[in-house]
Design a protein around this ligand. Structure first.
Ligand SMILES: Cc1cc2nc3c(=O)[nH]c(=O)nc-3n(C[C@H](O)[C@H](O)[C@H](O)COP(=O)(O)O)c2cc1C
Length: 147
């Protein structure tokens, strides 16, 4: 799988208690245009897994080339990952990270068991993009577009 180049996202969500969660993920793909659906795969061992499992919403933040530090921060378990990070709360109540190349606010429509991960299908309720270069991940390392 490491030979398949991907973008990098931070998937955020919120617990019923109001606690915010997020993790770096590249297991993300589009599913359907009508209705607009996407999927993400979350490790059942992740600390934020219970949040994703109970929450009905999540937001996919597509990282820009200059957000490698943010990707590293959200790829480590523990601590308050949002401390010192600029974000706003979206219409679905999940955090939207400032500076992301795009964000897609979703409502969970289906959960599918996927071995040690759970596949969440979300209907996109709101999305926004901005100009810029993406952060890429390939063979275990961060990359940037060469052009
Ligand atoms: C580039 C990259 C892609 C990742 N993709 C995923 C993914 O798709 N799904 C997932 O569950 N974890 C993925 N991870 C691992 C999580 O980010 C990592 O386990 C994180 O510590 C989980 O945070 P948590 O334990 O606080 O929930 C990825 C990590 C990196 C660096």
């Amino acid at each position: 799988m490491g030979h398949f180049a991907t973008g990098v996202t931070v998937i955020t969500s919120i617990r019923s208690s109001g606690e915010l969660h997020g993790l770096t993920a590249n297991a993300f793909t589009s599913v359907s245009l009508i209705p607009p659906l996407l999927l993400v795969c979350i490790d059942k061992k992740a600390e934020s897994y219970p949040c994703f499992d109970e929450s009905k919403v999540f937001t996919v933040n597509v990282l820009a080339a200059d957000q490698e530090a943010l990707s590293r921060r959200f790829a480590v378990t523990g601590g308050d990952k949002f401390e010192g990070v600029s974000y706003k709360i979206g219409a679905n109540a999940a955090p939207i990270l400032d500076g992301a190349l795009a964000y897609l606010e979703c409502r969970v429509t289906q959960k599918i068991d996927g071995g040690d991960h759970t596949i969440y299908i979300g209907e996109i309720e709101q999305a926004e993009t901005k100009e810029g270069k993406p952060l890429l991940f390939f063979r275990g390392g961060y990359r940037e577009l060469g052009d």
